[in-house]
Design a protein. Structure first.
Length: 466
């Protein structure tokens, strides 16, 4: 480095001191005293080695060269740095460049301070970090001062993030108030969870992607032990398995209900506690096929004969069938009596027999079909008639000595029987008949048979001259 030194006016204050004299002269003039030189102006002072070092125009470690006229120039010697170019060379502004003896770490540069000390500093775009080092075994080998590239300077992070350098790599993290949606700071969305979310106190808020307009979104999920839409959460009572065995629990707000599983019904155990009993009526019905089975609260079953049947529920008799059997039995009785009475009147006996055959056939026919109705659960009985018939009492106390009266009773019983039962809609006595007859035809047939039964009385009357 070259500098033009300005000329300083000579001061006369200490004109008699050879030191001052030489200082002033060396400053003013391009004058280099040499060892042993005699200064006549200073009483023949002999210049010493120290003087030469002390009085040189430029400072230590500087090289002086002539300038124009009175001027001279000083430059730091090679290997020295000029720390104070404006100051006078004499006073030691040239400092040894100790960086020559210094090796800085990668991406760092060395600099020398005014006191000659070398120091290393990271280059632009690099920053200093002391990072713990590890050997192949994973043992720490101490800390290394390293100049790492300032990766954050390249703004590598997504929007709404903070960048932090870590050993030369940029580490991005969502800024305060933003939520790391993707988990890698690539999508930091407004954190809508917090004081303004509307989640239940028993729910967990989750930040969702903003909508198309960038409005923050969130969702609420009820915590374990709760259920609901997240805004309102109810106690999940069912999670504690509060129901009796063989039942299913259903929450109802903060309450719950238990419903017996399929194949079970709700009753109570001996202590009156809700209990799901096996639906025996369904799985192992002990009742008659013609009876209704009803499960009881204590787990037992009650059987009751269907309409048109009577019995204890385990055995049920078809009322129509029994009724027909009773009438036929009395008809047989009538037949025997008539045969005995008419033993000497073969013609009358023949007419009675014929009428009886038709009667029996008609009774049997009606009976057969009406039982079919019963079996189908589809028989309509005149309530009063059916109740009477059920008792069978009307069949008792007939006058079997008087054939005309006997025939009247039979006729009455047959009429009541015939009009007491009627199939109402479908007919299902058996598959074959079901296919062969439709309901309408059966009704028609029953009507015809009933009419024929009415004729029985007339025929008997005619035969017996009643
Ligand atoms: C930083 O140091 C490394 C390792 O010596 C070197 O490869 C890289 O070029 C340096 N970077 C710059 C910008 O000089
Ligand atoms: C380094 O680690 C290995 C295995 O973890 C261990 O056995 C060894 O003693 C450690 N060496 C030192 C010097 O701590
Ligand atoms: C977005 O903004 C437009 C215009 O204000 C509005 O019509 C639309 O409903 C907004 N969409 C949503 C999802 O909020
Ligand atoms: C009924 O209560 C008694 C007395 O608390 C108890 O010992 C018994 O186990 C209970 N029975 C049932 C079926 O819960
Ligand atoms: C039938 O005739 C015989 C002989 O004539 C007679 O003895 C009998 O009593 C008659 N029977 C009846 C029931 O009239």
């Amino acid at each position: 480095m070259k500098l033009l030194c300005s000329v300083i006016a000579l001061a006369a204050a200490s004109a008699n001191d050879p030191n001052d004299f030489m200082k002033r002269k060396s400053k003013l003039l391009h004058w280099h005293p040499s060892v042993g030189q005699v200064l006549k102006e200073q009483d023949n002072y002999v210049v010493t080695e120290d003087d030469v070092a002390d009085w040189q125009a430029c400072g230590d470690n500087a090289v002086c060269t002539n300038g124009r006229g009175w001027n001279f120039e000083c430059a730091c010697a090679e290997g020295y740095l000029d720390f104070d170019p404006s100051s006078y060379r004499k006073f030691g502004a040239c400092v040894y460049d100790s960086c020559a003896d210094t090796t800085c770490q990668d991406n760092a540069s060395c600099s020398v301070s005014a006191d000659g000390a070398a120091s290393c500093a990271c280059d632009d775009d690099y920053y200093y970090e002391s990072v713990e080092q590890f050997d192949a075994d994973g043992n720490s080998t101490g800390f290394a001062d390293t100049c790492y590239f300032d990766a954050c300077a390249e703004d590598p992070c997504a929007d709404n993030t903070d960048c932090a350098n870590d050993a030369g790599s940029a580490v991005c993290s969502c800024s305060a108030g933003f939520f790391d949606y993707a988990g890698d700071a690539s999508n930091c969305v407004p954190d809508a969870c917090g004081s303004s979310d509307d989640c239940s106190a028993d729910a967990t808020c989750t930040v969702e992607l903003p909508d198309v307009n960038g409005t923050a979104q969130w969702s609420c999920d009820c915590d374990d032990g709760f259920y609901g839409d997240g805004v309102t959460c109810y106690v999940d009572s069912c999670s504690e398995d509060p129901c009796q065995a063989d039942s299913t629990c259903a929450n109802d707000m903060n309450d719950y209900s238990c419903t017996c599983n399929a194949g079970f019904y709700l009753g109570a155990d001996v202590n009156g506690t809700d209990f799901c009993w096996t639906d025996v009526c369904d799985s192992a019905n002990p009742c008659s096929a013609d009876a209704a089975c009803a499960n009881q609260a204590d787990g037992s079953q009650e059987c009751s004969c269907n309409d048109g049947f009577k019995g204890d529920g385990y055995e049920c008799t078809n009322i129509a069938g029994e009724r027909a059997a009773n009438i036929l039995a009395r008809a047989a009785e009538f037949e025997a009596t008539a045969a005995a009475d008419l033993v000497n009147d073969t013609r009358a006996a023949g007419r009675v027999q014929k009428a009886l055959n038709a009667f029996n056939n008609d009774i049997f026919f009606v009976s057969e079909w009406t039982q079919g109705c019963y079996n189908n659960g589809d028989l309509q009985a005149d309530a009063a008639e059916a109740a009477d018939l059920e008792s069978s009492e009307e069949l008792l106390g007939w006058d079997s000595d008087d054939l005309c009266a006997f025939a009247d009773d039979l006729q009455t019983a047959a009429k009541r029987f015939a009009r007491s039962f009627a199939c109402v809609s479908s007919f299902g006595y058996n598959a074959e008949k079901n296919m062969a007859f439709n309901t309408k035809r059966v009704h028609k047939q029953l009507k015809r048979q009933n009419k024929k039964l009415k004729n029985f009385g007339k025929k008997i009357d005619a035969a017996l001259d009643c």
